[in-house]
Design a protein. Structure first.
Length: 151
């Protein structure tokens, strides 16, 4: 299983907004600079996070973004699902009809068990936990540390 870049950058965007918590909002162009992403590539990531109800604009268009709910309530699975249906490590877990062996397949049972472990890990890990890890390790989220905040 390979996690695509939109999910990876979506997680980094969420960490940018939540570590440290910012109630005034962060501009999309600053997120792009801090995470070394193009604004154009960040557009659909921001859009997917908004549609999923994970982030919102502070004051309408052209304003900064904030988390829509507390870091402790945002699970990594929520971020994953903003971009992908799943996760499914093999296709037959989501769509048994792709394989005529799906009904009685021991390998499929194994992959389903592994898939469930991954889902539980994503479901049981919050954005807050990742932010605390960054703080504990003194790992900056923001590469360039731009702190332009909407006033």
């Amino acid at each position: 299983m390979k996690v695509n870049t939109k999910i990876r950058y979506g997680l980094r965007t969420m960490m940018e907004l939540g570590c440290p918590e910012n109630k005034k909002g962060i501009l999309q162009k600053d997120i792009a600079i801090n995470q070394e992403l193009s604004e154009k590539y960040l557009d659909p990531i921001i859009s997917a996070l908004k549609v999923a109800g994970l982030i919102s604009n502070v004051g309408g268009k052209k304003s900064g973004y904030i988390l829509s709910k507390s870091k402790s309530k945002v699970k990594i699975l929520d971020i994953f699902k903003a971009f992908e249906h799943g996760p499914f490590i093999v296709q037959c877990i989501d769509n048994p009809s792709v394989c005529n062996r799906s009904e009685n397949c021991v390998a499929r049972e194994f992959w389903t068990g592994l898939n469930n472990v991954i889902i539980e890990y994503l479901k049981n890990t919050s954005l807050e936990e990742l932010c605390l890890r960054c703080k504990k390790q003194n790992t900056p989220i923001k590469k360039n540390k731009i702190k332009r905040v909407i006033k």
